[in-house]
Design a protein around this ligand. Structure first.
Ligand code: NAD
Length: 251
């Protein structure tokens, strides 16, 4: 599953599964643009990759993925820095604290859709011209098992991730003629800084673990390995899929 000679931009790679994915991509030979709204976090991921001594190199870019100008800028930065763009990984996202739908603020709904879903549209809008130039462009979108098997009080988050799966399938169909593969990853509850942010009321950290048949949370590495596979030429015939990395949660 080599990623040699590929250039990848990974959003939200200043933390959690995005950071681990950036490290694994570089280990497998990709040059990686580490994109995050948190400048220091992105820089720290680049430092970790440099310390890993990977064959692939890394650079950091600060961007808010819900801002069209920022997205266009990080896409152009990847091409300027590394000469091309082969993989766009729309991974950045935010949680929703479990809340009854009647209490969800309108601003909260809009913010979650902007960061979790509009971001992937913006990424495609600006990256596709470059991905068309690649010998096998790839878009990866981080959705969630929440899109398939929702949990209590996550209406805005669930809708954003369901939209991500639908957008993935729509783009996969639209871009197949350009040789661009588009897939989603649906992680189950994963041990990152984000996970406790969902918990409130009846939705507790215990609930997450107990509901996963394999008996543990996912790790960032579980998710990174799935992303590395989907980004690689080993997945050349896979497009429009939403791969559940879920320890059986969605059975
Ligand atoms: P995390 O909080 O560890 O990392 C998210 C990163 O995204 C952070 O570095 C943050 O600074 C960045 N970010 C947030 N808003 C941004 C913005 N507007 N622009 C650019 N960067 C921004 O979380 P994680 O668990 O690694 O989540 C990664 C993705 O996985 C998200 O899309 C999340 O919804 C999804 N997911 C998480 C879980 C889980 O249980 N952790 C499960 C399923 C799906």
């Amino acid at each position: 599953m080599s990623l040699q000679e590929k250039v990848a931009a990974i959003t939200g790679s200043g933390s959690g599964m995005g950071r681990q994915t950036a490290r694994l991509f570089a280990e497998r030979g990709a040059d990686v643009l580490v994109v995050d709204i948190d400048e220091a976090a992105a820089a720290e991921t680049v430092e970790l990759i440099e310390a890993d001594g990977t064959p692939g190199s890394a650079a950091a870019a600060t961007a808010d993925v819900s801002d069209p100008g920022d997205v266009e800028a990080f896409v152009e930065r990847a091409v300027a820095e590394f000469g091309s763009l082969d993989v766009l990984h729309n991974n950045a996202g935010i949680a929703q604290e479990s809340t009854p739908v009647t209490d969800v603020e309108i601003e909260t709904w809009d913010r979650i859709q902007s960061i979790n879903l509009k971001s992937a549209f913006l990424g495609a809008k600006y990256a596709v011209p470059h991905l068309r130039e690649s010998d096998g462009g790839v878009i990866l979108n981080t959705a969630s098992t929440a899109a398939i098997r929702p949990r209590d009080g996550l209406s805005a988050y669930v809708a954003s991730k369901g939209g991500m799966v639908a957008l993935t399938k729509g783009l996969a169909y639209e871009l197949a003629g350009d040789g661009i593969r588009v897939n989603a990853i649906c992680p189950v509850a994963t041990d990152t800084d984000m996970l406790p942010e969902f918990a409130a009321g009846d939705l507790t950290m215990d609930t997450f673990e107990e509901s996963i048949p394999l008996g543990r949370l996912a790790t960032p590495d579980d998710i990174a390995k799935a992303a590395a596979f989907l980004a690689s030429d080993d997945a050349a015939m896979i497009t429009g899929s939403a791969l559940e990395v879920d320890g059986g949660r969605d059975i």
